[in-house]
Design a protein around this ligand. Structure first.
Ligand SMILES: O=P(O)(O)OC[C@H]1O[C@H](O[C@H]2O[C@H](CO)[C@@H](O)[C@H](O)[C@H]2O)[C@H](O)[C@@H](O)[C@@H]1O
Length: 381
């Protein structure tokens, strides 16, 4: 494993090795090298069991800043994004922002014209995209209407759900066997359970009933599990804090934690992570996420899936990725590079993004998916 130290954390450029036989993966299916030195279990470091103290360095303060900015007040957003005015008029600011990131609904004709004679592939984030953001992560259900829209979509377009949640959890929430699922921010990829439908005709794997699986962070499982258990223990006394295990990563939610206790959360996570140089922290919507520092993210998962479907780097393929969170930006960047496809950000407030288009909320996402199906049905006649 090639580890490069940067200022804040080491970066591992090769994913750890994978036991392909145990996963039932044929090597021909794997576009990325999975070679690399074995991740040593001897790297596990004893954990601090002490209760968190005072914020003790710049890094923790940096996290705290990121936590505070994970949902800035609307007024602050307007000023920060420098639209030339600091206004309370969120509609005006949103309209200005939409000049740069037009509504994918209003631009549907433009999108469908570009998609003509191309194979459209859909990548969908889950939380905040297919389901509305709610206080309790265990109750982030998608509506039956959304589920049936996604089910219709899959009849015509190869579709993958790419989520920060564990693959099992997101599969349970979505409940559709005919999709690809990439859980743990793309670190756990699974293909449709049954024979692929006719949309996958161009794939050399047509008729293949084998489930594609890719788990580049498999060697980190015991470490993540250990850290998850410690996080549960150490945050147990912080009212509102919730720790979730996502198999290859762990989340610490602070949405329901009093703001005065946010520094304690940051300190807890810092105390633990400083002993694990192979793990790093990313930020989501009122959530801190601990994950292996392998060079893998939602963007890489998109590339992997396109390659697996035989659809990567093809002029006749149009990938569309819809997501709402910072972790989705990796995928937006992959698509923006060389104009490979369209990223669509789901946001009702202006945000810095590498997406091309925008949608306000999950209900607009549903309308967009339905428009794609309608367009396809009309073009099939
Ligand atoms: O990649 P995603 O599918 O968007 O998953 C990202 C995180 O989503 C969940 O948390 C977010 O949604 C919750 C339910 O609406 C909300 O309570 C929380 O504040 C949000 O951060 C999930 O619970 C996280 O573990 C995922 O990492």
């Amino acid at each position: 494993m090639d580890m490069k130290s940067n200022k804040s954390s080491p970066v591992i450029t090769d994913p750890p090795p994978l036991d392909k036989s145990r996963l039932g993966i044929r090597s021909g299916r794997l576009p990325y090298s999975q070679s690399g030195a074995l991740f040593s279990s001897g790297m596990y470091i004893p954990l601090p069991r002490k209760k968190p103290g005072k914020l003790d360095d710049d890094r923790t303060n940096g996290w705290l800043d990121a936590m505070k900015s994970s949902s800035p007040p609307r007024k602050k957003l307007l000023v920060d994004l420098s639209f030339g005015f600091a206004s309370d008029d969120t509609d005006t600011a949103y309209s200005s922002w939409m000049v740069k990131y037009p509504s994918a609904l209003n631009s549907f004709e433009e999108i469908s014209n570009f998609a003509k004679n191309k194979k459209v592939v859909l990548f969908l984030d889950y939380d905040g995209t297919l389901s509305p953001i709610v206080d309790d992560p265990d109750r982030a259900f998608m509506s039956d209407e959304m589920r049936s829209s996604v089910k219709n979509l899959v009849k015509y377009f190869p579709t993958a759900i790419i989520s920060g949640r564990s693959r099992d959890k997101v599969y349970e929430l979505v409940g559709l066997a005919e999709l690809y699922y990439a859980g743990s921010h793309g670190m756990d990829i699974m293909g449709p359970m049954h024979e692929v439908c006719s949309n996958f005709c161009s794939s050399p794997h047509k008729q293949d009933k084998e489930v594609i699986l890719f788990q580049p962070a498999r060697e980190f499982l015991p470490m993540i599990d250990e850290v998850f258990k410690t996080l549960v223990e150490i945050t147990g006394d912080i009212k509102g804090a919730k720790v979730e295990s996502h198999k290859f990563c762990a989340s610490i939610h602070y949405r329901n934690v009093d703001k005065n206790n946010w520094p304690t959360i940051a300190q807890c996570v810092h105390d633990i992570l400083k002993n694990y140089p192979c793990l790093c922290l990313t930020h989501g919507r009122k959530v801190l996420e601990v994950r292996p520092v392998i060079d893998w993210n939602k963007g890489k998962a998109v590339e992997f899936l396109l390659e697996s479907l035989g659809l990567r780097n093809r002029d006749d393929v149009l990938p569309i990725y819809i997501g709402d969170d910072k972790t989705d930006e990796d995928a937006f960047r992959v698509l923006r590079k060389k104009n490979r496809g369209y990223g669509i950000i789901v946001s009702s407030v202006p945000k810095e993004t590498d997406a091309f288009y925008s949608l306000r909320d999950p209900s607009e996402v549903m309308q967009f998916l339905e428009s794609l199906v309608k367009w396809k049905e009309q073009n099939e006649l």
